[in-house]
Write a protein of this length. Structure first.
Length: 243
């Protein structure tokens, strides 16, 4: 799974790092990532002398991460809830992993990992077919097996009178954080249909299907796609500052 994740999950644009750095408003000397996977987002922060600690509960994912990142990145095999609270960081961030953390005490623990005024950042970059007709055809193809293939947060925008998407909605209500913002970093990619299916094989909703159903879904979706597809991989980013 780790090698598949590394091969098919897209990386993150440098504009995302610049967004976080601009929001921080000062030097970032230390950063903690949880749910680092194979280090797709870690690569953004392992620069400019930032001391990065990348945590991930899956040992195989961490082993893959170490292949692609310098030894200066500290790695820890642990869930978010298992991380020790004996250090504080300028930035704590997560790329498509926050939904795996336990809601109870989530923001108090997050705040404990940050220095006063430190920054929390959460990124979500669901890869979606850019062509509306292809997107509808793929949705119809998977429908007998899977109603929704998004991660477990709403994949449709909230009504205009609501302030922002999750997790911004929780951050706005948290006593531990202030200056909550939602930003979008645009990203469009072109890939082969086979690589798009490879990407789907790393998405939680498909991973949790029975193997025979999963393979059938992939065949059905592949049948409605041309050889290459354009995908929207925009990065929805939530930023907040420890109060």
């Amino acid at each position: 799974m780790a090698e598949t994740y590394e091969r098919f999950r897209p990386g993150y644009p440098v504009e995302l790092f610049e967004l976080v750095r601009g929001y921080a408003g000062g030097p970032i000397r230390s950063a903690l990532e949880f749910g680092a996977g194979t280090g797709k987002a870690t690569r953004l922060f392992a620069r400019d002398g930032i001391a990065v600690t990348a945590s991930e509960p899956d040992g195989q994912m961490l082993a893959e991460l170490r292949k692609h990142l310098p030894a200066s990145v500290t790695t820890v095999e642990a869930t978010f809830e298992e991380l020790p609270l004996d250090a504080s960081y300028d930035v704590v961030y997560s790329a498509a992993a926050l939904h795996w953390t336990k809601p109870e005490g989530r923001w108090e623990r997050m705040a404990a990992l940050l220095r006063p005024g430190g920054v929390f950042a959460s990124f979500a970059s669901p890869v979606q077919l850019a062509d509306p007709e292809l997107k509808a055809a793929a949705r119809a193809a998977r429908a007998p097996y899977l109603e929704n293939d998004g991660v477990p947060w709403p994949d449709e925008r909230l009504p205009a009178d609501r302030p922002m998407d999750w997790p911004g909605t929780e951050l706005l209500e948290s006593e531990w954080f202030t200056d909550v913002r939602q930003e979008v970093v645009e990203q469009r990619l072109t890939m082969s249909a086979q690589d798009y299916i490879g990407h789907l094989s790393t998405v939680s909703a498909y991973v949790m299907l029975q193997p025979a159903d999963r393979e059938q879904v992939f065949r059905l979706v592949l049948d409605v796609l041309p050889e290459t597809v354009e995908v929207n991989a925009e990065v929805t980013t939530h930023l907040a500052r420890r109060a």
